[in-house]
Ligand binder design. Structure first.
Ligand code: C2E
Ligand code: MG
Ligand code: MG
Length: 713
């Protein structure tokens, strides 16, 4: 094309224009004009008239400037003039303007025409319309540098802007900030209302960000709901925080879309150039880490990059990515832990507990990976998966006529996401043969930290579908009582930390008692978790808590083992014995004495294997008055039960226990393990005997207190 033009221009020069105009091909595409030495138009062809929108009379005599647009700076035109006024040809692209204001692009060749004396007489300009080409080029440029959805800078342009920001900061000796923004609650919007709505939200976010930052700063979108700000000329951290404060407010203002009110916010992490680093990629990564931390702090937070937490964040991030992959690769699995009614000696339900079958690290407990993802939206996907798996398992058990209630743990973030009810409905829908009554949702008190009335309504809505609720880890949370009022859960689970030490710790005993009483007042069922032994269970039964779950009954096991486990399960005989009676609180120490004795025997036997680690003092082993059982026996015990023969029956056998214990200790000290071990069998037999006698005492004590006999009197 260019070659053709040149040839033609040369031809034209020979024939002094006219001959050109008769040239049809040229006339077909060329926009031709001729001006005098100062640029006043002397001649235009029809194409010029058409593309400029002016009439010939408007054009002729006017300066060529008439078609200028303000696209180019003055210096651009100056260069053209410099070139042609020195007798040279100028060639290049010019953006001109139609009479109606619309811009068009031409590729132009402007050439001086000389008179006979060799002086410049005219300028000839031949142009072709390249508007379409320019538009296509712009489109390509935009695609290469801008995010098509929001028209914000993309990663490539951001890299470019980084270079500019760095040189600007170096020049002006100022800081600039890199801020990574991730929306909170975007995924739920996307999932609930569809991607089109999600896109509209992103466009709105982009608009808000553009409004808040200055022209020489940059807003970029990296993809998904991730945005980056480059903020120039930052005086100090405080100045940045105040800008980010405004961004947080702006992004958390309600989004009204199709009469829907969407509540989103943002988590923002920032890093400063050159304080945190001088490399663009590293700065971006640091900002990303800080954003991640902000996310972990909850919604709507800003966090500055902090080196010390970087390692920790890296780990958390790896966990999230790992779990995401685990979910996709079917590495997650549910174990089930039975719940029993101790009074009836019956299995009543199962708690589904997550495990990660890690290809390298083996079976991982949820505590090894869930804490890091609890605040990440991935926990929602996990919740959906868990519900589905549990229902699938239930439908299998139902087909075997096993009507166990299965409970699933739902994280607060999922419960408050606005999606939970839908997820639950969808899950129930997929398993029509499972009655919703068989599904229980375990939530923790912190769900109430959101909008308590909304949470209350959500629980009721779920209950209307037939499912029930358990309030997990009760006692570890907030002002439990006041929350309880608003959380219409059917069951309260006493946290295992209290249950575990029930037999040793008076405070935990008091707390457990209080929770059980509270359950009665509020008319809720009470289940104890962390029931590690039959004694724990007995004590709980006597306190009025019939439901239990814990290692003392069964550890969490794979689903396939549940039916065989149940077939072989026999509840502790002690539970049956005590199930019909109501325990007098004054007799608790008697139960604790039993526990103390069991523990004493356990410690003595363990010392044979490991003498250095004997957890009792020498006096406690040797002296029947010095062990905990002895303290009870010769103190509270004798006062309360001293007149009962079942009580006096205990003394000789207890003395015998210490006799054997002393001998075991002696042999162990002498290094005669064999003799010590031989005595252990004897000790266990005596232990059984003492427990039988204790039980006899317990029964009598209980029946007397049932009859209203005041033992102390
Ligand atoms: P949780 O819901 O309170 O579950 C009870 C935890 O106590 C389980 O730990 C269980 O194995 C353990 N446990 C039960 N009986 C005893 C006992 O007698 N002694 C002791 N020491 N521990 C006992 P696990 O399976 O490691 O789960 C820990 C926590 O992880 C759960 O506490 C729950 O908060 C969370 N979790 C487990 N599965 C899921 C899940 O699918 N989704 C969510 N969001 N959280 C889950
Ligand atoms: Mg639970
Ligand atoms: Mg729990």
């Amino acid at each position: 094309m260019k070659g053709l033009e040149f040839t033609m221009v040369d031809d034209l020069l020979k024939t002094k224009i006219n001959s050109v105009l008769v040239e049809e091909t040229l006339d077909h595409f060329a926009i031709v004009s001729m001006s005098d030495r100062v640029g006043n138009i002397l001649y235009v062809n029809q194409n010029f008239i058409d593309i400029s929108g002016y009439t010939p009379s408007e054009l002729i005599g006017s300066n060529h400037r008439i078609v200028r647009s303000d696209f180019h700076p003055e210096s651009f035109y100056q260069t053209i003039w410099d070139t042609i006024s020195h007798g040279n040809t100028w060639m290049g692209d010019i953006c001109n303007q139609h009479k109606n204001g619309q811009r068009y692009w031409v590729h132009a060749v402007i050439k001086p025409i000389f008179d006979d004396q060799g002086e410049i007489e005219h300028y000839l300009s031949i142009r072709i319309n390249i508007t379409k080409l320019k538009q296509a080029e712009e489109k390509i440029y935009k695609l290469a540098f801008y995010d098509p959805l929001t028209q914000l800078a993309n990663r490539t342009l951001l890299a470019d802007r980084f270079k500019l920001a760095i040189s600007r900061a170096q020049r002006q000796k100022k800081l600039f900030a890199v801020c990574m923004i991730d929306l909170d609650g975007f995924k739920p919007v996307n999932d609930k209302y569809g991607h089109a709505m999600g896109d509209r939200v992103l466009v709105e976010v982009a608009k808000r960000l553009k409004e808040i930052i200055r022209g020489y700063d940059t807003v970029a979108r990296l993809g998904g709901d991730e945005f980056v700000l480059l903020i120039n000329d930052i005086a100090d951290e405080a100045a940045l925080k105040s800008i980010i404060g405004r961004v947080l407010i702006k992004l958390s203002t309600v989004y009204v879309m199709d009469e829907k009110y969407l509540h989103l916010s943002a988590s923002i992490g920032s890093a400063l150039y050159p304080i945190d680093n001088v490399d663009a990629d590293i700065l971006l990564r640091h900002a990303d880490h800080a954003m991640y931390q902000a996310k972990q702090m909850g919604r709507n937070q800003h966090k500055m990059f902090d080196v010390s937490s970087e390692i920790q964040m890296n780990l958390a991030r790896q966990t999230i990515q790992g779990v995401k992959k685990a979910l996709d690769h079917n590495e997650l699995v549910l174990y089930y832990q039975p719940k029993v009614n101790m009074r009836l000696g019956k299995v009543v339900g199962m708690e589904a507990l997550l495990r990660w079958n890690h290809p390298l690290r083996g079976l991982l407990s949820p505590m090894e990976f869930l804490p890091q993802i609890e605040k990440n939206e991935l926990i929602i996907d996990i919740g959906v998966w868990v519900m589905d798996q549990a229902l699938q398992q239930l439908s299998q058990w139902v087909s075997f006529d096993k009507a166990w209630v299965v409970s699933v743990n739902i994280a607060a973030l999922h419960f408050q996401s606005g999606l939970f009810l839908t997820h639950l409905q969808e899950a129930l829908h997929r398993y029509p043969n499972v009655s919703p009554q068989l599904l229980e949702i375990e939530i923790v008190e912190s769900v109430a930290l959101g909008d308590i009335h909304q949470v209350n309504q959500l629980i009721r809505d779920c209950q209307a579908l037939g499912v029930s609720f358990s309030l997990d880890d009760f006692g570890t949370g907030y002002s439990s009582l006041s929350y309880l009022k608003y959380l219409p859960v059917e069951t309260i689970k006493i946290d295992q930390s209290f249950v575990r030490d029930l037999l040793d710790d008076k405070d935990d005993l008091a707390l457990t008692e209080a929770v059980i009483d509270m359950g009665r007042v509020f008319d809720r069922k009470i289940i104890a978790e962390g029931v590690e032994s039959a004694e724990h269970g007995t004590l709980l039964l006597r306190l009025g808590c019939d439901l239990a779950q814990g290692y003392g009954i069964s550890r969490p096991i794979p689903a396939s083992q549940i039916i065989p486990w149940e077939a072989g399960y026999t509840p502790s005989p002690a539970w049956k014995m005590w199930s019909d009676t109501k325990w007098n609180l004054d007799d608790f120490p008697l139960l604790l004495a039993q526990h103390d004795h069991i523990k004493w025997v356990k410690h003595v036997i363990a010392s044979v294997e490991n003498p250095a680690r004997l957890e009792l003092s020498q006096a406690e082993v040797i002296d029947a008055h010095q062990c905990r059982f002895g303290h009870w026996y010769y103190g509270y015990g004798v006062q309360r039960y001293g007149h009962l023969v079942e009580f006096s029956n205990l003394e000789t056998i207890h003395n015998r226990v210490h006799e054997i214990g002393t001998r075991i200790l002696h042999h162990t000290k002498q290094g005669d393990k064999v003799k010590a071990q031989a005595l252990c069998g004897e000790l266990l037999m005596v232990k059984t005997e003492i427990l039988t006698r204790l039980e006899a005492l317990q029964k009598v004590a209980n029946s007397l207190s049932q009859k209203g006999v005041d033992l102390q009197g």
